[in-house]
Design a protein around this ligand. Structure first.
Ligand code: GLN
Length: 197
């Protein structure tokens, strides 16, 4: 049974652990390098990417994380976690760095102030029915590299066509919060990716 860690210095940790339990994998909070070394895959939750960046550094997790991701550890970044995985960001704060690995450019707080948070039904080729997604001060993906697969885009409204879910080999990322709606299909998709690895 694979063990999937959840980066636990900041963000919706408990919710992700609950979803992992729902799809039959063992979830574990990861706060230190020794804990990171014991997991087969990792979830980078939503929260605040600038804070996650700083905390990862002060807990000496930044470099170990970067190394494991570069070595092919399956990783699922959600919202701020998507920002952390992106090779490039726009709208970051001065000095903000990301772990990288995912060949995309992500715009922080992309949907604008008027729509601080919103919900939308998304189509995924892998799922039979729409996936109801919750976006909170969410980023979107502005550029995708050649090897990146777009899994879902916003289907209507002012943000129509914006890319909100991508996969690059073993890296999965969503602009929204898949841990908040009780729909475990994306965690299941990620667990399969970890099992296949
Ligand atoms: N705006 C946040 C950031 O830049 C992300 C928000 C979220 O994770 N819900 O990190």
């Amino acid at each position: 049974k694979p063990v999937i860690g959840v980066f636990a210095l900041q963000g919706n940790v408990r919710e992700h652990l609950a979803m992992l339990a729902q799809v039959g994998v063992e979830g574990r909070p990861v706060r230190r390098p020794s804990e990171l070394a014991e997991v087969d895959g990792l979830v980078l939750p939503g929260g605040e990417s600038t804070t996650m960046d700083k905390l990862a550094r002060s807990f000496e997790l930044f470099e170990p994380l970067q190394k494991r991701i570069a070595d092919g550890m399956p990783t699922f970044g959600t919202c701020a976690g998507m920002i952390m995985l992106a090779n490039e960001i726009t709208g970051g704060i001065e000095g903000q760095e990301t772990l990288g690995g995912l060949d995309v450019t992500v715009r922080r707080n992309a949907f604008g102030r008027q729509v601080d948070s919103f919900e939308a039904d998304l189509e995924f080729a892998a799922f039979d029915t729409a996936y109801h997604a919750v976006f909170i001060r969410a980023p979107w993906v502005e550029r995708v590299g050649r090897e990146v697969e777009v899994l879902s885009t916003v289907s209507s409204g002012p943000a129509e066509g914006r890319i909100v879910a991508v996969r690059h080999d073993r890296l999965l990322a969503t602009s929204f919060h898949p841990e908040m709606t009780g729909d475990a299909r994306l965690h299941g998709y990620f667990a399969d990716l970890v099992r296949d690895h």
